[in-house]
Design a binder for this molecule. Structure first.
Ligand code: HEM
Length: 125
């Protein structure tokens, strides 16, 4: 049964465009991670101001392996360096997705939600 891991980002209005740019520049390494199934950056339109970084994985172990692995570290190292914060600290100890020329983190807060896929379907073939 697949698991869904969502990084929930609180993004100040003036940083929304910067966050989306940073994701469009993303490392693109998650695609090759073992057990990776899907990624989407969801932009809030109604009902919330928070962005959702949606990922789906074959299992919890596959997600943990990615989050503790090289692809996550390299995908996030840029962020820590570019955000100009946390010299030497791992991502996640600051908030925000970001490499934007010293603009600091784009998000002011983040939390992770975990779901199991209880039911799913796609369009009829
Ligand atoms: C709170 C801690 C986190 C921070 C500060 C953070 C920061 C970032 C940044 C800055 C990027 C853009 C990559 C780049 O700049 O090249 C990124 C990419 C990404 N983040 Fe996070 N992230 C965090 C936690 C997570 C978590 C828990 C997930 C999963 C639910 C996640 C999923 C992703 C994915 C899928 C990408 C694209 C990676 C790729 O393209 O290979 N992040 N993150």
């Amino acid at each position: 049964m697949s698991v869904v891991k969502i990084n929930v980002l609180t993004v100040p209005a003036e940083m929304r465009a910067e966050l989306e740019k940073r994701f469009s520049d993303r490392a693109g390494m998650v695609e090759s991670a073992d057990g990776f199934e899907w990624f989407e950056l969801l932009r809030p339109v109604e009902g919330t101001e928070r962005y959702l970084v949606y990922t789906r994985w074959r299992s919890e172990e596959d997600f943990q392996k990615w989050q503790q692995g090289e692809a996550f570290r390299r995908g996030h190292a840029q962020a820590a360096a570019q955000a100009g914060e946390n010299q030497g600290q791992e991502p996640g100890q600051g908030h925000g997705h970001g490499h934007g020329h010293g603009q600091g983190p784009a998000a002011s807060g983040s939390e992770v939600w975990t779901f199991e896929v209880a039911e799913s379907t796609g369009p009829k073939a």
